[in-house]
Design a protein around this ligand. Structure first.
Ligand code: SAM
Length: 220
């Protein structure tokens, strides 16, 4: 089902850009392979601090809670659906958060937007599982994306993944291992794993209320 375009979407995106909370990359598709156009991260945040990034942030529920809890971290929230990220950016603006930057871009472009070796932690929360094999390359844990994340990660950086989808989780484990990531804290039932301080995402709340166990891993 196609989502109806939000009212005044373009103006609302521009408003986010004016408030320094939103990088709107409408020209993404015009990049050639050789081009890069790094975001001036230090300039946006106006300070030096570790960078943590969520890829596929949706409406931003997780990011908003996390950023409020950790003002000492600079957060980057990436989402390719403008209709969805605008809700997240407006909520951050309303909450007065100064430590989140929303990037409306496909994860496939990240190595052209984010400088190499700059990110200390990447969150992949309930990424679309794309169950049909013919769309496996769209999964955000496909080796193609893992290599992009690797190029952005500082030495010792980690990826934290959560999903309700067991086949997708198994696929992800295989991809991480094939790409040489070391896995730790792998669980198929987060609620009963002893993991503390979990912040639930919108999708996680929905699946948890339906009694679906949540899978989680850390990859380095
Ligand atoms: C199932 S939703 C989960 C949203 C949120 N993380 C949560 O847990 O509530 C997955 C999100 O990832 C976004 N997404 C999927 N593929 C993407 C890509 N290649 N680049 C950026 N965002 C992507 C989708 O638009 C969608 O908003």
């Amino acid at each position: 089902m196609r989502m109806r375009k939000k009212k005044h979407l373009e103006e609302r995106l521009a408003q986010g850009a004016q408030n320094n909370i939103f990088v709107y990359r409408s020209d993404n598709l015009r990049f050639t392979d050789a081009e890069e156009d790094y975001i001036d991260l230090d300039g946006y945040f106006g300070r030096k601090a570790p960078f943590h990034m969520e890829v596929g942030c949706g409406k931003g529920g997780f990011m908003l809670k996390l950023a409020a809890l950790h003002p000492e971290i600079n957060y980057i929230a990436v989402e390719y659906c403008a209709n969805v990220i605008v809700t997240a950016a407006e909520a951050a603006l309303k909450a007065g958060l100064k430590n989140v930057l929303f990037v409306n871009a496909d994860a496939g472009y990240l190595e052209r937007l984010i400088p190499q070796k700059s990110i200390d932690l990447i969150y992949l929360n309930f990424s679309c599982p794309f169950p049909k094999n013919k769309y496996a390359a769209h999964r955000l844990t496909h080796s193609h994306f893992l290599e992009i994340y690797r190029s952005l990660m500082t030495d010792g950086a980690a990826i934290y993944q959560k999903t309700d989808n067991r086949p997708f989780f198994d696929f992800s484990i295989t991809q991480f291992e094939q790409c040489g990531f070391a896995l730790s804290n792998v669980t198929y039932d987060l609620a009963n794993s002893g993991y503390e301080g979990n912040i639930m995402t919108e999708y996680e709340q929905r699946f948890t209320s339906m009694g679906v166990p949540i899978c989680r891993l850390e990859a380095r």
